[in-house]
Design a protein around this ligand. Sequence first.
Ligand code: WT7
Length: 650
Amino acid sequence: MEQQQPKVYDIPDDYKQNALITENRYHDMYREATEQNDVFWAKQAEIIHWFKKWDKVSEVDYHKANIKWYIGGKTNVAYNCLDRHVMSSKKNQAALIWEGDDPHDSKTYTYLQLHREVSRFANVLKKFGVKKGDRVIIYLPMIPELAISCLAIARIGAVHSVVFGGFSAEALKSRILDCDPKVVITSDGGFRGGKVVPLKKNCDAALEGTNVKTCIVVKRTHDTVPLTTPRDHWWHTETNSADIRNECPAEQVDAEDPLFILYTSGSTGKPKGVLHTTGGYLVYASMTHRYVFDYKDGDTYWCTADIGWITGHSYILYGPLANGATTVMFEGVPNYPDYGRFWDVIDKHQVNIFYTAPTAIRAIAKEGDEHVNKRSLTSLRLLGSVGEPINPEAWEWYHKTVGKGKCPIVDTFWQTETGGILITPLPGATPLKPGSATRPFFGIQPAVLDPTTGKELEGEAKGVLCMKASWPGQMRTVFGDHDRFFQTYFSQYKGYYFTGDGCIRDKDGYYWITGRVDDVINVSGHRIGTAEVESAIVLHKNVAEAAVIGINHKIKGQAIYAFVTLNTGITPSEDLKKEIVQCIRTEIGPIASPDAIQWAPALPKTRSGKIMRRILRKIADFQENEIGDTSTLADPSVVDDLIKNRIKDA
Ligand code: WT7
């Protein structure tokens, strides 16, 4: 490939000696997993407790999008994350260290304490009629009650769907309508960077006109919020009530019973309810957490994600807790009270393993090194990155300034759909190349396909990234729409799971993810579908049409750039732009706000009326020389106007 020879970082000596997986062992285990997939995954499943062993390890058919693991097995996620440890010497070990937005606010739960809180809240849910298989939506800030809710729901065999607290009332409502929850859990509000987020207000708007009969409200900000009777109940009143017992036996659920739904954006239509099930998901989350982060008993581990995203599900909650780790949960933001907050938290709790996103690293790095250098950071042993490709410059800064050149960086590639990490270094087994997610995890069989012919390419190659084989953590369906599951992931390339990403495989078999090849934009590690933003924009009464694309952005990775055509006779204005942004914030939330809106008298379309986003991308990224042939456009002259008026400082 026409790539420059990147720098290679060898495995540090202490990792060669003390790591769970060394280089030889990686190759042996990888081979075993590929050649004897079911034997391998049967062995690995012992990482969790089963009330009853499975009858069959796997049943997978990518031609029908049917995926099952550990068929007939019985287990429970909360039992694995709590009861097992309460019955061991870890009973009084810290399970969850919660660090508040305010640096003076923190709280630790031991396994015993967390077990009790979870059991009590599980009993509250039962009291409100929540049963196995019922959905419960959680719309909470990053407070302990969020973790407690997830585990309590899992404990009784119900299904949670966490909606990120930054999503709008409309976005919450569409998820409520899609999954029809029995209960919604929210709080009066939340704190982020010293500011209050009005969650209950959004929740009230979202619940209007739905079937939800029960809403449980956590008191967090102590702002006055109205309670609607008989629907709303205070969390503290319910959990402290004298008739709520401390014990709640964990429901023995089937390996393939659903554990959670998490909505994620795709290239078309509304967000999809990605459904994960119980047994395979937990095996995969705990095993990847153990090996990728080289987790050992006694380690304090911190993943900075929000539990509203899959990273928080798998690598704040389920993976670490299944392994009996001490996991840190952070309510705040990287720059409050100042840009040294992450490093303060690491020193305060003596964090050994730290996992964050490239966008956060870039935002902090641009503020200079002094914030980092003022702190000690000697507890750190391993660093991780997730969410988007990490540019080598940010990688080097992370490695040198934060890791003092001693800590390996695991650049982990995965997706909401994959449940856990797919392509990643293992710190004791993989020499690192900055910017590459390196090699597949055990059992993962990537394939690079030619995007036009669909042919699998061998050796060094550039194409689209697919997976040939299943793994236990893979999603099982789109909630309520199995055909959409098949169409989205298995219809383009027959017999493969299609990730939606492009990639390069180099001569050493290392993978370099090059970003989405579909109409999904990755803004600060958050996935935004262009179709969703476009539908929000055209809700404005003066808008005729809109096309949204992603442009490169120094900090966020990508930013949203919108081309908007107004109705005939409407005069463009700055106020109109503000109203359009407001439409997006109301429909989706602030994370989908565009960095630039360009008025477009017309959009470049094919004769059949399809918008040529490829051309719009070139225009917005100042690459008009690469636009190429425009003769297939219905009206090639529209391109010139768009080039002339593009926005320069987006
Ligand atoms: C998309 C999935 C699951 C992690 C959080 C995001 C991109 C994720 C990497 C990485 C390059 C990455 C891909 C992927 N992505 N991690 N290490 N290197 N790209 O989950 O919201 O489902 O987004 O994030 O484009 O498809 P998500």
